[in-house]
Design a protein around this ligand. Structure first.
Ligand code: NAP
Length: 320
């Protein structure tokens, strides 16, 4: 089979297509023939060598994908060949034509959801769900700011929050991204590259602030976020690429919280709850992953480049 292999950490050019033996599933595992592969920012950080968790070289990147069960290992009775699935974690990496997963890493994909959409679920929707409900304790009637709403996690958060009865504010830097955020359910959308957009958001919410902020770029926004929270508001830090200085009194004066999260830390029981909720939302059409760009496997370096260039309007996927 064809797969991406990374033999050294570095720029996107280290993502090379090679021919490797097709893996086979061991006990408790399944082999998935992938029809689409989700590309996530963490894979660019790992590839560059600047991430805390480094795989042994060489490795095949990726955890998200969607396709069809090709074979099952001993003891597997929850899946059979031919069933449509999405993956949220793999054993052998998802940037490939086939991937081996433990049974707990695959979930049924409804027939109404395309493979490209299925590849957009694993990390983005699970992260959005955990940030909103398990870490952020979002309640119907509250107002949430999805700070970076046009990308993979952001669109998922907008759809989930709207379905749960929240009032949703979102941000994006392009007209295309902002339109998408509005279409997916936000009541108000702002440009996070525009001067004084925080002032406009304040006005839009009667100068009350918001109850919850899902933050995609904390090293840029956290200080301002804290001054924008309503009493007992929460910021969930999902993404950050550096340091920032904050005013702790902003937390004290309104009893607010900063809560961090990394999806990998999710306990298995809570992860199972997340995918149960996502499965229901995908099946009934509440959750509709949006695809921005598709790249063939050989152009994986361009997929990484496009992800880091910004200007998101949904999800970037690779079609093997
Ligand atoms: P993505 O698809 O590339 O989207 C990135 C989003 O961030 C876009 O909406 C982008 O908007 C927005 N953004 C860019 N500059 C911003 C700014 N100054 N203020 C607010 N938003 C800004 O990435 P993703 O998959 O949604 O992931 C988003 C972030 O979460 C990344 O940093 C990623 O590493 C992190 N993440 C963390 C976890 C976790 O477990 N903690 C899991 C998944 C992702 P424009 O493109 O319009 O500027």
């Amino acid at each position: 089979m064809k797969a991406i292999r990374v033999a050294e950490f570095g720029d996107p050019g280290v993502l090379k297509v090679v021919e490797v033996p097709t893996p086979f599933p061991g006990p408790g595992q399944v082999l998935v023939r992938l029809h689409a592969i989700g590309v996530n920012p963490v894979e660019t950080y790992i590839r560059s060598g600047n991430y805390a968790r480094k795989p042994e070289l060489p490795y095949t990147p990726g955890s998200d994908g969607a396709g069809v069960i090709d074979a099952v290992g001993a003891g597997v009775n929850t899946f059979k060949p031919g069933e449509r699935v999405y993956t949220a974690g793999t054993v052998t990496g998802s940037y490939a034509e086939f991937t081996v997963c433990n049974v707990g890493q695959v979930f049924h994909l409804p027939g109404s959801v395309s493979f490209a959409q299925g590849a957009a679920v694993g990390i983005p929707y699970a992260t959005a769900y955990r940030a909103l409900f398990q870490r952020g304790q979002a309640q119907p009637g509250e107002t949430v700011l999805v700070h970076g709403a046009s990308g993979g996690v952001g669109i998922a958060a907008v759809q989930l929050a709207r379905a749960h009865g929240l009032r949703v504010f979102g941000t994006a830097s392009t007209e295309k991204g902002r339109l998408l955020v509005l279409n997916e359910g936000a009541q108000h959308v702002f440009d996070h590259k525009q001067h004084k957009y925080f002032e406009k958001m304040f006005e839009a919410n009667g100068r009350r602030g918001v109850d919850l902020i899902l933050e995609m770029l904390a090293h840029v926004n956290l200080a301002m976020d804290l001054s924008f929270l309503a009493p007992r508001g929460r910021v969930v830090v999902i993404g950050s690429r550096g340091k920032i200085e904050i005013e702790p009194r902003d937390l004290m004066s309104r009893d607010t919280d900063i809560r961090g999260m990394v999806l990998f830390n999710t306990p298995p029981v809570e992860m199972a709850q997340i995918h149960a909720a996502l499965g229901t939302g995908l099946a009934d059409g509440t959750l509709r992953p949006v695809i921005d760009q598709e790249f063939p496997l050989a152009r994986a370096p361009y997929a990484h480049g496009a992800l880091m260039d910004g200007g998101a309007a949904g999800k970037i996927v690779i079609i093997p």
